[in-house]
Ligand binder design. Sequence first.
Ligand SMILES: NC(=O)c1ccc[n+]([C@@H]2O[C@H](COP(=O)([O-])OP(=O)(O)OC[C@H]3O[C@@H](n4cnc5c(N)ncnc54)[C@H](O)[C@@H]3O)[C@@H](O)[C@H]2O)c1
Length: 333
Amino acid sequence: MLTLITGGAGYIASVVALSLLENGYNIVIFDNLENGHREIIDALKKIEAKGKVVDFMEGDLREQSDISAAFSKHKIDIVLHFAAHIQVEESTQNPQKYYINNVCGSMNLLGAMLANSVDKIVFSSTAAIYGEPESVPIDENHRLAPINPYGWSKFIVEKILNDYEAAYGLKSVSLRYFNVAGADRHTRIGEWHEPETHLIPNILAAINNQERIFQIYGDNFNTRDGTCLRDYVNVEDLADAHVFAMQYLLDGGTSDCFNIGTDEGYTVKEVLDACEKITQKKIEKIIVKRRAGDSAMLVADSQKARKILNWKPKRSLEDSISSAYKWYLKAVK
Ligand SMILES: NC(=O)c1ccc[n+]([C@@H]2O[C@H](COP(=O)([O-])OP(=O)(O)OC[C@H]3O[C@@H](n4cnc5c(N)ncnc54)[C@H](O)[C@@H]3O)[C@@H](O)[C@H]2O)c1
């Protein structure tokens, strides 16, 4: 059994890779290192586990020949597809970059899969495909109405996956992650984005650099304290969801989509308070204007994943902040 992981030098995919290795799966990693890190690949290669990193292929999904080479070189059984550009605000300023990478890149991957008779894929989708929700919690039947090109790029790939199932029998699971947080509990791998746009690592960075004033993007949203409210799912819980989704497809499961969240929401101010409590440090904050493309409230109803994939989140927001903080102190300069 060999699993191809696209984007495996990035944050989430590398934690999932770790979990796969520990569960005895062999993996091939494909990444162009545009936003990923060679150090992460090196760390994964050093892990002593039942599974192993069979190969790291540096390549770009936007080049058909790069991704086709991975399938020519290895007999792949299933694909976990994480590689994408991920910054919501940047996607509003440069949609071309997002559609080419996230949509055309995915199509090149799917083309290579079809050409090599690989018919199972787990796709990293996002809560951003729901846009501004009509009500929360959000289940999978909620209308899909992204409010930024990043969300649309994921929506389009989900649509393509549905069409490819109908036409070619390609089986897919789209996991719609809510906000992912935390690090490996042994601090081997964690969140490492440049630039970092995610809330928790930015709070931790501000806490550790007292000259930095933490900026809250808007306090006039329709939420309990006016700041954005999100559902923070722990990255190791998310890794479990991938293992279950893979197993579901390998056991003959039909194509489907699942929300992956905790079903609980926290506002930016609440996350700030929790970070201050865990680190026992205070930071200075200011309110600045909203970022383009931010929804007020995103909270999952993840009952479908709990019922069908037998997944459930085991870690709290505090667990995520604690592991992220340990990782920050170890790895981030
Ligand atoms: N971080 C979150 O909270 C969150 C929430 C919902 C969905 N997601 C999705 O999860 C996935 C992983 O996110 P992440 O936070 O780990 O991001 P990341 O930037 O850390 O990882 C993405 C990886 O993909 C690689 N990559 C990008 N384009 C590529 C290409 N054309 N060819 C080869 N490699 C390429 C990057 O170099 C990077 O290593 C993304 O698809 C993202 O949309 C993330």
